[in-house]
Design a protein around this ligand. Sequence first.
Ligand code: TYD
Ligand code: MG
Length: 453
Amino acid sequence: MVKVKIQYVCQECGYDSPKWLGKCPACNAWNTMVEETVSSKKDHKRNNQAVDKPRPITAVDMASVPRRLSGVAEFDRVLGGGIVPGALLLIGGDPGIGKSTLLLQVAAGMSADYGEVLYVSGEESAAQTRMRAERLGKISDNLLVMTETNLDEVVLETNRLKPALVVIDSIQTMFSPDIPAAPGSVGQVRESTGKLLRLAKESGVPIAIIGHVTKEGNIAGPRLLEHMVDVVLYFEGERSYAFRVLRAIKNRFGSTNESGIFSMEEGGLVEVKNPSSMLLTERPQNAPGSVVLACMEGVRPLLIEIQALVSTTCFGMPRRTAAGFDYNRLILLMAVLEKRVGVMLSNQDAYVNAVGGIKIMEPAADLAVALAVTSSFRNLPINPYTVVMGEVGLTGEVRMVSRVENRISEAVTLGFKRFVIPSGNLANIKLRQQGLDIIGVSNVTEAMEAVWI
Ligand code: TYD
Ligand code: MG
């Protein structure tokens, strides 16, 4: 009989304490301690069993790791050129966004080229998984399905089969019989991931773990999970739109600048070759409140339409909402417009939307949002061939953004001719194409003079 004890662990930093605390003494975060059951059985096995002696770094063999291509090109690119043997990957995302679909496509692709792949489904039955695979049109005898939630069985089968890849769908349904906590609890998720980490490193089999995301947008379970794995990917998008973005948050084998862009179709996820033109297809011409923005998705430029609707408030408090853009940033920009530019918005409702269900993470979107809000408020349309970029500071100044030339080039291929960019960036532009009108602005007021039709 394994003895168990209860302890409380901080989800942020992993500090543990025998009693519950409102504030973590290690990282000072509030309300992060959660109950966890630990087995008293000491398990100090190393992640990597081989004993290593110190040696000069120059004596270390640099043999490049062979990577395996999954056949889903965007997925491989985000990983930095394929899956590394023995890697532990974590893929997070909202329910229904397409994590299982993506990983099933990857599993099917790998099984076609590298032999057996094990897909462990704790959420759906084998029949459901087969139905999905049929829908994706990829089915082979090398793709093995296992509906199991006991992790020890998974370890056993992995060591027996030595597959080219193991997919765990999802970590929240798995349990390790060593500890009595329920599946999905912090202790269980952490213990299971630890086991999978050892399995991946000892067997050299790459393992992809699917993880659910909490309301706050973190992968459910302790933050520590992200420290344990080699690669953390987030699969994002708005469920009602087809557009999906795969982002690397952490990657021990490559850069985190890459992102993969997909569209969810009848037959599964399809790579999108030209996302900007797809995002702009339904753009209204000469409509007030619509501005095109060039932002960066990793190292890729992406053109997005920002829409704003500003109307007079009916009831006392004005309402503001932002979809795909940071709400607090919107409030800040509206305050800057009011104070520095004299656009009186205090009795106005404002709704801002990044079209296509895209989430914009970049401050370079500020200027576009400020212009869209003003355009709607004044009922003045913006020149439809204009693309805007720039960060807005608290004094209303327009600050520099990165990779301006990449952004402009992307827009040029789609027929845009006028560019409103931060004046600080103007000096570095070498692009001198015929017929391009590149305007440098140093504050929001100047930008406004440049964009109205
Ligand atoms: P799923 O991969 O089950 O999401 P997750 O594992 O992240 O919860 O995807 C669910 C959605 O994807 C579902 O609502 C239907 C849609 N879908 C398609 O549009 N086309 C397809 O070919 C498949 C398999 C799913
Ligand atoms: Mg799923």
